[in-house]
Design a protein around this ligand. Structure first.
Ligand SMILES: [Zn+2]
Length: 573
């Protein structure tokens, strides 16, 4: 029976905080996978539209305008886009099948298809709107005639630089064969030489503002697209359309946050829905090209180095910054070393006054050895503050928690044969290693001397207590035939197992979450979409709290040892 009672669950349930995420209990388990509720409802069918990655590159010109003139971007931009729309003769084109293949701005195609469909079906149903919004891939589809008509119309109204400002020309000019790059022709004729620094500055500002999908700039762009779709009749709202339409019409002037929130949610979902039905192949291709090019076009930027705050109570007033930090670590390391020495002295006192049972010393040797091993680690750990982090200290934390579980498990069962099994399991593993090395030596014509020496060393170790011919090899995962999780459950240490042992194991095994947390930082160049780059910072977040936690486990181990061996202890007066 476990010595420790289970914690009172009712007591734990008091004052539950409200969270925005699904609890562990709300997940559904199938096989070895726990699935959150949302995924259980919609399954794998959800296609997420990644605004920044997949959509933004095509809306680069629109984003630029929205970013540059936030006050009346709508009217100015709408006027410009209408101007292009009129000049190129884009209004509605018939499209009965696949908008990706048949939608085109070629006026001839419009006429032909329109007359064919008009003869067989009512015009209302065959006419599908292809709304011009100003995506770069839409500009790219312009025929040569439409392109020259557009540039001429812009020139005539003196609106070319309004639509294609010089800053934007530097950005788009960075990409060879970018969709819509014919828009830069007048700039090129004027002798524009693309400046990469300027391009990076403008693009960084643009992506910082428009990248987050809920940023005001992103919402403005989506609202612009939704409004043009709604105005052209391509998008409709279905049930409850009245209130949604009123919300959109008022955008972005609302009297309260609730209205604004509702409008933004409508705009975002409308945008996402329209993106899903956008059959254009060019848009995703451009998105891929845009992001992949950025690594070659612009350099990575390391984020500012995280600095370790030093508690003011531990700082010498007389010293400068570096001196303060050195003094702080000197004091902390000294305190750690003192605490470890005290604990080891206490343990050595306990061990030397406990009857080892000279007839069968297995129990004494296993229990004392378990604690003695971990305390040896403590000395080294205390001297190296760089290891006082989960990143570097996790293997030790795992060792301490595991040793506590094993010690308590052994003490709880207190069966003499279990101590013998503990030893036999370890010796079996050692014997296996020795035999495998002997095999290697036998297979080799000229085995290295060091290997032969090593085999002799192992041979002596394996045969020190019991002749190896009487030692079976246990290939199971543990000496007790049950794994650490079950041992922990048996002795009431499930919480320590889940909260400490498991994450420390993830660390030891190098799972992705650990690599992500420790090895990388996010590139600070906004044109790089926050990809991961190697961190230059080796030992950030080191702190005495981690050492204190391990010291806590070490003290608990010594206390456990004290109570388990108490009946065998000789009192010294
Ligand atoms: Zn980068």
């Amino acid at each position: 029976m476990p010595k420790k009672n289970k914690p009172n669950r009712n007591a734990q349930r008091r004052q539950k905080p409200t969270r925005g995420n699904s609890s562990l209990k709300a997940h559904r388990q199938k096989g070895r996978t726990l699935t959150p509720p949302m995924m259980n409802i919609i399954g794998d069918t959800l296609r997420t539209v990644a605004w920044e990655r997949d959509s933004l590159p095509d809306y680069l010109l629109i984003c630029y305008h929205v970013r540059a003139q936030t006050t009346d971007a709508f009217t100015n931009l709408d006027t410009l886009i209408n101007l292009v729309d009129d000049a190129a003769g884009i209004t509605y084109i018939p499209d009965r099948t696949d908008p990706a293949t048949t939608a085109t701005f070629d006026e001839d195609a419009v006429d032909t298809t329109a007359s064919e469909s008009a003869s067989t079906e009512p015009e209302e149903e065959t006419r599908k709107a292809y709304t011009f919004i100003g995506q770069l891939t839409q500009f790219e589809k312009f025929t040569p005639d439409q392109r020259s008509a557009t540039l001429a119309a812009l020139d005539e109204r003196d609106a070319y630089e309004a639509l294609v400002p010089e800053d934007f020309a530097h950005v788009l000019g960075m990409y060879a064969d970018a969709p819509g790059s014919w828009l830069l022709d007048p700039w090129r004729r004027r002798g524009l030489s693309v400046d990469p620094d300027r391009a990076q500055r403008v693009l960084s500002d643009l992506l910082t503002a428009a990248g987050p999908r809920r940023s005001p700039t992103a919402i403005w762009v989506k609202a612009f697209m939704s409004n043009r779709m709604a105005a052209s009749g391509q998008a409709s709202f279905g049930a409850g359309a009245g209130s949604s339409m009123r919300l959109l019409a008022d955008w972005p002037n609302y009297h309260n946050e609730q209205q604004r929130g509702a409008a933004e949610a409508t705009i975002s979902s409308m945008f996402n829905a329209l993106q899903m039905f956008d059959g254009s192949d060019e848009s995703p291709q451009w998105a891929e090209k845009f992001w992949r090019s950025n690594w070659r076009l612009f350099p990575c930027t390391h984020p500012q180095v995280r600095t370790q705050p030093v508690p003011s109570s531990l700082v010498d007033d007389d010293h400068d910054g570096d001196g303060d930090a050195r003094s702080y670590w000197r004091q902390v390391t000294k305190a750690a070393s003192d605490a470890v020495t005290e604990l080891r002295t206490e343990f050595q006192q306990l061990a030397s006054t406990t009857d080892p049972d000279l007839y069968n010393p297995d129990r004494y040797e296993v229990l004392t050895g378990l604690v003695g091993r971990t305390l040896r680690y403590l000395d080294v750990l205390a001297a190296h503050p760089a290891m006082w982090t989960m990143e570097h200290g996790a293997p030790l934390l795992r060792t301490f928690v595991e040793t506590r579980i094993v010690l308590r498990f052994l003490a709880n069962r207190d069966a003499p044969e279990l101590y013998a099994k503990f030893k036999a399991y370890g010796m079996g593993k050692l014997k296996l290693l020795k035999l495998q090395i002997e095999e290697l030596i036998d297979e080799s014509d000229d085995p290295p001397a060091a290997m032969v020496e090593y085999a002799q060393h192992l041979d002596a170790l394996v045969n020190q207590d019991i002749m190896e011919e009487f030692q079976p090899i246990e290939v199971g995962g543990s000496f007790a035939g049950i794994d650490t999780r079950k041992m922990a459950a048996e002795v009431g240490m499930e919480t320590e197992y889940r909260i400490l042992f498991q994450p420390a194991s993830s660390n030891v095994h190098g799972e992705w979450s650990i690599i992500d947390e420790n090895v990388f930082v996010r590139c600070a160049n906004p044109t790089h979409r926050r990809h991961r780059i190697l961190s230059n910072d080796l030992d950030s977040y080191a702190g005495p709290a981690f050492l204190e936690s391990i010291l806590g486990h070490a003290s608990a181990l010594v206390a456990e040892y004290e109570s388990t061996t108490a009946p065998q202890r000789r009192t010294i007066i």
